[in-house]
Structures are given as structure tokens and as C-alpha cells.
Design a protein around this ligand. Structure first.
Ligand code: BG6
Length: 490
């Protein structure tokens, strides 16, 4: 039975209240937390967007969202009615004057409550919304703001956003969300590393040959082409999710789980990343763009047809070889890759250990594969440790690679909560451990910017890859050139 830490009554204000994120993630997450009783008392959830809508219409919108995104078995009708009763709606023009007074009136009915302002809008609006929240006197001591990624498009624009948000909210009230940090398996990385004596002594370049981080998606851009085409895979996935995973794998042990102890260590990793710029970008990075092919069993259109922009050079796939210049990691490359419309949805971290120094077994025993620790983020969450063992039977000493296999679904008979459930509750509780600090976001851009600049100057755009494959062949060459291969399940 999972332990529930109940939270104080709060008001949750969702800007972009009729948008995709609210529909797909935030309302379902809040509903789930309500069902388990983590949300108590008269907590209110207030949708805010430009369109005029009554409270009843917004409740109908939320009902549809929950019916679409929460499994039927998890939707008790009474619980749903109880949840919908919490909902209200205010039409506000984020960059104009209308609606702010109405929002103020509603919130000020409960002046002492925790207020969460969740900005599920385009980042261009973050600064303006914060400024208006401040001007309307809505930023109380118990107010917190959540900003979605991407924070900016590069270091310069991230600075502008951070400055505008920081002019109204103190850093300890700003929650820069990276939903990967709320995934159970990602949090498990910290448990695996720091709650076991086994791994930490060998968690370094002397024993680890290389690390792979793959976040592969089978879907395409799914109607988000307008945003995606201005971003691309490097900004959309690597600058945040993948670098955060890299930090959790590579950081030194923090002295506690306190937010700043963890974030200080992650920041050091980001600072130690060796620069990639026009001098080495061709050698260390590969970008791709999907063309027509197959996806999840059916035919799939190419990226350019999908977004209707035949000249776009936006990458939908990226693979790169990153290196961390410090004592722990010098000589251990981190191969990172992410893409859309790949062969399957699969996110994992692979720690590949160095080969044994000497074999006592003859040729007849077969090859001795390296030990690998595979942390599978999704789907089929789990941890596998690949070991060499003797093949059973009397046929002499033959060796075989077999995993010690821990599947979360088999080990724990509980529903795996969505990342947003955990993270929203952390915001209410004021716990920033799983959120990015300003300097982290900016440092990540400092590493990403020169890659983007070098790509922009390159004569060629991304390499084409067929939907339903593992990306351009150059991505395979990137790792095979070093005598290594991308991990395949098994
Ligand atoms: C988002 C990206 O941050 O993460 C999307 O903007 C991507 O493009 C998504 O699809 C992947 O998240 P998940 O949780 O489905 O792996």
C-alpha cells in the first residue's frame, strides 16, 4: 500500500486551462490525487484561458478530459463528481487587462491559502503573466509558480524568462518542471545508486566503459508541429529530460535529498560537460528527420508533409556523444539519443561495464559479454543486471549472458503514478528537489547553444530516416566507430 502524505488545502490556477497539457496530464493527475485522498478540504482548481466559458462548461471539458485519459476502472463516478465540484473557470487575457480582477476576486476569497499558478502556456507568455499576477497583488507569501519547459529557446531567451519570473517570485517559489524527474524509474536511479552499497564503488570511469541514454518515441509530432518546428529534438528532449537523466547518473552523491544539495551536484555535472561546437560537431552529433514509413503497425507520413513546411530543417532525431571532464568520468563517453517515429517507444539508461581483465575460460566457453545495468524508464519499467553465468547442464563450461531481472509491474502490485501527480504535490508541499534551479537550466543552454549554432551554419540539414527505424545510419556509425553498439533489449 503506498503511503500518502496529505497536503494542505490549496488553490490551483491553471493558465492555458483549456490546452493540451491540462487536458492530458494536469486534470487527470489532480483527479488521481483526489481519489486517493491526498487532496483534502475545499481545494479549488481554477482553469484560466482567453475563451469565455461558464464554470459548468469548464467542468464538462474536465469531465471529457478525465474520461479520455483516466482508465475506466480508476474512475469512480462519485469521486469524479466530487472532483468536478472543485473546478472553476475565469476568462483572462494573459497579455491584456481583462479578467485579472475576476481572478483576483475569486482567489482573494481565500487569501491565506497556498496558491499554485501553473503556467501551461507558451513560454513567451511566462514573463507577462507573472508581471500581471504581481501587479494584481496575487503573489502572496504562499504563492508558487510552475513553469513548463522549454524555458527559452537558448541561453539569452532563458535569461529573459528567468529574469521576468524572478522579478515577481523568489527562487524558492519557482518550480521549473521537468516531468522526467517525476517518473518513478527516474527517482529510482537515486535509490539504486545511493541506497545500495554495490554500485557506488564501481560507478566511475575505471569500471564503466560507457553509458547510453535513449529516449525513443514511436509517435510523430502529433499536431504539435507549430511548437515542435521551432524547437527540434535537441531543445525538446536533450536540453532538459536527457541532460537531467545524465546528471542523475553522473553526479556525486549529494549530502542529502535536500533540493539544493541535489541541484548543486547536478549543476557540477553540467559545468563539466565538454563543449561541442563547430570544431567537433560533425564528429560528435548526428541529427535526423523522419520521412514516410511505418509507425506502430500502420503507414506514417513524413515530418515535412505532416507540418506542411517542405523546407524545414528541424531535427526530429538526435544522437550525440557527450563527455564529462572530471576525475570520475574522464574516458567514459555518454552516448545520448532521442527521436520521434522510431522503431519502438523505449526509454532506457544503459551502464556498460568494462570487460573482465583476463579470462580463465577457453574458447569453447563462448564469448564473455560485458556486464550491463539497464534501467528501463518506459514502457515495462524495471531494472536488469546482465551477468555471465554457466549454462546449466553437463556439457562442460559454457557461458551465457542472463539478466537479473526486476520488473516493477511484477514486483509491486500498485498503479504506477504519472510523473505529474508526484510533481504537482511536491509543488504544493514546497519541495523543490525534483525541479530545476535557474542556474541548471541556464547551464544546460550554455552547452546546447553552440551545438545549435554549429548546426545552423552547416551546409546540410538533418539526415533523412524512415519512420519506424532507429534513425539515420550515421547514428549507428557514431557509436560503432568507437567499437561499441547501441543496446538492444535481450
Ligand atoms: C515532452 C516533449 O517534454 O516529453 C514531447 O515536449 C515528448 O515532445 C514528451 O513527446 C515525452 O514524454 P513521455 O513522458 O511520454 O516520455
Amino acid at each position: 500500500v503506498s503511503r500518502i502524505i496529505s497536503v494542505e488545502t490549496f488553490d490551483f490556477v491553471a493558465f492555458g486551462g483549456t490546452g493540451d497539457l491540462v487536458r492530458r496530464k494536469l486534470l487527470p493527475a489532480l483527479f488521481q490525487r483526489d481519489v486517493v485522498g491526498q487532496i483534502e478540504g475545499p481545494t479549488r482548481i481554477i482553469g484560466v484561458a482567453r475563451a469565455h466559458m461558464t464554470r459548468e462548461e469548464y467542468r464538462a471539458f474536465a469531465r471529457t478530459a478525465i474520461e479520455a485519459h483516466v482508465k475506466e476502472a480508476e474512475r469512480d463516478p462519485q469521486a469524479l463528481e466530487h472532483f468536478l465540484d472543485r473546478l472553476d473557470y475565469v476568462a483572462v487575457d494573459a497579455l491584456g487587462d481583462s479578467g485579472w480582477a475576476d481572478l483576483g476576486k475569486l482567489l482573494n476569497l481565500e487569501p491565506d491559502r497556498i496558491r499554485v499558478f501553473y503556467l501551461a502556456t507558451s513560454p513567451d507568455l511566462f514573463g507577462g503573466i507573472c508581471q500581471r499576477l504581481g501587479a494584481a497583488g496575487l503573489v502572496t507569501d504562499k504563492a508558487r509558480v510552475v513553469v513548463e519547459k522549454p524555458v527559452g529557446k537558448n541561453l539569452k531567451s532563458a535569461n529573459v524568462v528567468n529574469k521576468a519570473v524572478g522579478a515577481v517570485f523568489p527562487e524558492q517559489s519557482i518550480f521549473r518542471i521537468d516531468h522526467y524527474l517525476g517518473k518513478e524509474t527516474v527517482q529510482n536511479l537515486m535509490a539504486l545508486r545511493f541506497a545500495n552499497a554495490l554500485f557506488e564503488p564501481i560507478w566511475n570511469a575505471a569500471h564503466i566503459d560507457h553509458v547510453q541514454i535513449t529516449v525513443a518515441e514511436s509517435l510523430g509530432v502529433e499536431g504539435r508541429g507549430g511548437y515542435y518546428d521551432t524547437a527540434g529534438a535537441l531543445r525538446d528532449m536533450v536540453q532538459n529530460h536527457i541532460l537531467q537523466l545524465l546528471c542523475l547518473v553522473a553526479m556525486e552523491p549529494p549530502s542529502s535529498l535536500d533540493a539544493n544539495s541535489v541541484r548543486d551536484e547536478k549543476l557540477k555535472v553540467l559545468k563539466a560537460l565538454k563543449p561541442i561546437d563547430e570544431s567537433n560537431v560533425d564528429h560528435l552529433t548526428v541529427r535526423g528527420q523522419y520521412t514516410a514509413g511505418a509507425s506502430e503497425g500502420g503507414p506514417a507520413a513524413g515530418y515535412l508533409e505532416e507540418i506542411g513546411k517542405p523546407e524545414s530543417r528541424t531535427e526530429t532525431f538526435v544522437a550525440l556523444k557527450a563527455e564529462i571532464g572530471n576525475w570520475r568520468w574522464a574516458g567514459t563517453p555518454f552516448y545520448l539519443r532521442s527521436g520521434k517515429r522510431l522503431a519502438q517507444r523505449c526509454s532506457e539508461i544503459v551502464i556498460s561495464f568494462r570487460p573482465i581483465p583476463f579470462s580463465i575460460f577457453g574458447d569453447g566457453a563462448g564469448p564473455i559479454a560485458r556486464n550491463e545495468l539497464v534501467i528501463r524508464l518506459q514502457p515495462d519499467e524495471g531494472v536488469k543486471l546482465h551477468l555471465m553465468i554457466k549454462d546449466p547442464g553437463p556439457g562442460g563450461m559454457r557461458l551465457r549472458r542472463v539478466p537479473l531481472d526486476m520488473s516493477f509491474a511484477e514486483a509491486f502490485a500498485v498503479r504506477n503514478p504519472d510523473a505529474y501527480e508526484r510533481l504537482i504535490m511536491d509543488v504544493v508541499r514546497g519541495n523543490q528537489t525534483l525541479f530545476m534551479r535557474r542556474d541548471e537550466v541556464e547551464q544546460a543552454w550554455r552547452w546546447i547553444d553552440p551545438i545549435l549554432e554549429a548546426w545552423a551554419q552547416a551546409p546540410d540539414g538533418p539526415k533523412a530516416y524512415r519512420s519506424g527505424t532507429w534513425g539515420p545510419s550515421a547514428a549507428i556509425a557514431l557509436i560503432e566507430r568507437d567499437g561499441r553498439t547501441w543496446h538492444e533489449d535481450g
